[in-house]
Design a binder for this molecule. Sequence first.
Ligand code: APR
Ligand code: PHB
Length: 402
Amino acid sequence: MQSLKTKVAIIGAGPSGLLLGQLLAKQGIDNIIIERVSADYVASRIRAGILEQGTVDLLEEAGVSERMHAEGHVHTGFEIAHFGKRYRIDLDKYTGGKSVMCYGQTEITQDLMAARSEKALVTYYESSNVVLNDAKTDNPFVTFEQDGQQYKLECDYIAGCDGFHGVSRQTIPKEQRTEFERVYPFGWLGVLSDTPPVHDELIYAKHERGFALASMRSPTRSRYYIQVPTTEKVENWSDDAFWDELKKRLPGEVAERLVTGPSIEKSIAPLRSFVCEPMQYGRLYLVGDAAHIVPPTGAKGLNLAASDVGLLYKLLCKCYQQNQPQAMQSYSELALKRVWQTERFSWWMSNMLHDYRDDKTSATDGLTFERFMNAELEFYMSRDDGLRIIAEQYVGLPHPLV
Ligand code: APR
Ligand code: PHB
């Protein structure tokens, strides 16, 4: 058994683990990351691409914002199309000058990985049998295997950044956590293609055939999604079938401009709202997807993970730099306040924009729910206050104050 020691053991090298590791390292707080899959696999995962200002600020603080500022695009608004009628949410106007940054999560992950290897910070990729031990004591440790070698990593704190399917949340005994969940009765079929985006801002479209989203990664790379039944299989969707359906759901004059091409990625993602309470257990802290999932409709997954990271980072700085370890106790309570606000927004946007008519899972029948939500959308779109409420949440609610 090989023995290792660090201050913060980070489980998972997704955006949460990598960003936390980078921020801590900049402050001289030692950390080691343990990751289940290979570095290549981590670097190539395709995910969303809209960053709140608070996320951009954290990437700057971590010293990994150079390429984002050079290659990313600032968006000062986005559109919601309701049965063909287009509304622009002017983020700049309604939030007093705030905006979002369009820059792919894949790029952020690569930037964080490059910064980590530049500083020669330790990451164990392709680790197996990762076990979190004695989290309730003052001497927690993590055991794992790599290349047939057994490791024991002693630490002060464990950051569980290992996503929805990781071990960290499962380490909290079942009777000491509560899990809240809503699974939606549809999924998103997504296509990535090297074609110019159909519009220079995102368009979220509610259509009687179902929801569609026109997004992008760069001036030459587009990302599109359409709502599909949960039973749908990706093999059933040729590129042509996808483009045809997307065109039908986008407003006419937008659809006419759509440039199609071969897909470079095509997949179906289920939609889920999920929260685990509390987000800490002894010296274990859950961060990002390990603690919560949002449906992608509000572009909040990565941003919510980043606000957890920012909070845990600030508390760890207080602990190590100002000798205030008791500050760590407030993590779960502070994080959960923002988590539930963001869960609410993502759920609400999902409800308003999707077609629920076939839904047989809710108390309200699908057809009635659909009518409620159409009225809700019209109500918010028809007044400045409504647009402002959406804009304020889309650019991101304030991060918890420490
Ligand atoms: N041991 C070590 N690592 C693990 C284990 C384990 N047992 N289980 C999972 N992991 C790793 C995964 O391989 C993955 O690289 O933890 C990482 C978790 O990364 P994400 O799932 O991306 O979670 P997070 O970093 O919190 O992501 C934040 O970005 O794209 C969004 O959906 C994503 O919204 C989420 C956000
Ligand atoms: C994306 O570009 O992948 C994307 C953008 C906005 C969303 C969800 C996904 O709300």
